[in-house]
Design a protein around this ligand. Structure first.
Ligand code: TYD
Length: 150
């Protein structure tokens, strides 16, 4: 189970790349295959309101290039691998996701770029809000202004 940490309560203006957490997901492995199940509040601390997945991503394609003001997410490499690069206005941090039995918790307020998708990769995302374009920050200038506010 993922513990509720200080970072989850921290204002999105103040989150840093150190608030991103890799969490093991409960998995049952048997000879016939594996199953990973994620329960709201037990395995991820938020209520899951939306699930989406990226696939058919050309291997040179870059995705992301935005931040969210309020959205909490759990990002999973359900198949294959890809890299997520975070920026908090100060530091950058790169994380390679390549295991379907681990999730990357991402709090609001972090710029992210997704890149280096392996062939056939599936990026599965669980989110605590339905899609809302007004939650996105899509320009680096706006993002840096957002992070300057307290
Ligand atoms: P975006 O979140 O920018 O994708 P990525 O971070 O993977 O590059 O979304 C790309 C487009 O898809 C954009 O027009 C918004 C739309 N979209 C939805 O309509 N609903 C969703 O849940 C998501 C994630 C995106």
């Amino acid at each position: 189970m993922m513990n509720r940490t200080m970072s989850e309560k921290r204002s999105a203006h103040k989150t840093t790349v150190n608030d991103v957490k890799l969490v093991p997901l409960p998995t049952i492995d048997v000879i016939e295959g594996s199953i990973t199940a994620i329960n709201s509040k037990a395995d991820v601390h938020f209520d899951i309101k939306r699930i989406y997945y990226l696939y058919d991503v050309p291997n040179r394609a870059d995705r992301g290039a935005h931040a969210h003001k309020n959205l909490h997410q759990l990002i999973i490499a359900a198949l294959g691998s890809f890299e997520v690069e975070f920026f908090d206005g100060n530091e950058t941090r790169k994380i390679l996701l390549r295991q379907p039995d681990e999730g990357l918790y991402v709090p609001p307020g972090l710029w992210r770029d997704l890149k280096l998708f392996s062939g056939g990769a599936i990026c599965l995302v669980l989110a605590d809000m339905v899609y809302d374009e007004s939650d996105y920050i899509r320009s680096m200038g706006d993002y840096l202004n957002f992070k300057r506010k307290s």
